[in-house]
Design a protein. Structure first.
Length: 233
């Protein structure tokens, strides 16, 4: 009986949180997405330091359309937008985050390893054979390093041991003294600031030392294409 009561209280409470009229007034009609939308979600649950107050609106996107919808909504409502990965490089204050936070869900955790494509070489030149690896932005870097190693692909060794997601790694140009993601990044698929799907070559991301222009350009990275070599990882 007590368990039933507790369950009912929890259901009523979560319904109130989801349909809080004050929040609805503040943010207009919150869009429907395939993923989920939470109000006043504690950021401490999403940062590796386990600190950070509530985000006004916290969305877990499950497909590119979700991201487009959310970005367009933030733009039309003039809401500040923050995209997060695994939260290993985030320090969020106890006051939390005003506006919309987007986190990419399990729909962005696929890794595809494509057959090698010959790069064009002039007669007599060595032709380099690269395997293209397409990784969803929510794939964790250690998972990606393991998948590449298992496939006998080389190029990610310098990123072994770095925590966080592929999206975060691109945004931070993550790396070590043995290499950084810039060395192997070909392009990203992203949602632009107006909610449009775009493909951006690595050269246009302004990748520098542990930095990029990803946030400045208002990009939400959905997946990254990397060029790896067959070799001894
Ligand atoms: C113990 C420890 C060791 C570390 N060692 C290293 C190291 O050796 N080398 C190194 O480079 N870093 C290191 N870091 C820092 C951190 O792991 C990296 O910066 C990592 O790449 C951040 O990824 P994340 O998914 O956690 O991103 P988050 O911390 O969630 O976000 C970081 C930035 O990326 C942006 N971002 C995240 N995902 C997306 C997306 N999909 N689209 C657009 N923007 C996005 C966020 O807005 C934010 O600006 C370390 C951190 C810890 C805690």
């Amino acid at each position: 009986m007590q368990l039933l009561q507790a369950t009912l209280i929890l259901i009523v409470w979560s319904a109130l949180v989801h349909f809080d009229p004050v929040m609805k007034k503040a943010f207009g009609d919150i869009p429907k997405i395939r993923g989920k939308i939470l109000l006043n979600e504690e950021m401490a649950k999403h940062t590796s330091l386990k600190v950070g107050g509530p985000a006004d609106v916290f969305a877990v996107a499950e497909d590119p359309r979700d991201v487009c919808t959310l970005v367009r909504w933030a733009t039309t409502q003039s809401l500040p937008l923050l995209v997060i990965g695994a939260g290993t490089n985030l320090l969020v204050s106890e006051k939390g985050i005003r506006g919309l936070v987007i986190k990419l869900g399990s729909g962005f955790r696929n890794i595809h390893i494509l057959s090698p494509a010959n790069s064009d070489g002039a007669p007599g030149q060595t032709v380099t054979r690269h395997h293209q690896v397409i990784a969803g932005a929510a794939v964790q870097m250690p998972e990606l390093v393991k998948a590449a190693t298992d496939a006998g692909l080389s190029g990610l060794e310098g990123l072994a041991g770095i925590p966080g997601s592929v999206g975060g790694a691109v945004c931070m140009n993550a790396g070590t003294q043995f290499g950084e993601i810039k060395d192997i990044l070909v392009s990203v698929r992203a949602v632009g600031p107006e909610g449009e799907l775009i493909e951006v070559p690595a050269e246009e991301l302004g990748l520098g030392y542990r930095s990029s222009e990803v946030s400045k350009k208002g990009l939400t990275i959905l997946e990254a294409t990397l060029a790896l070599r067959l070799g001894d990882p």
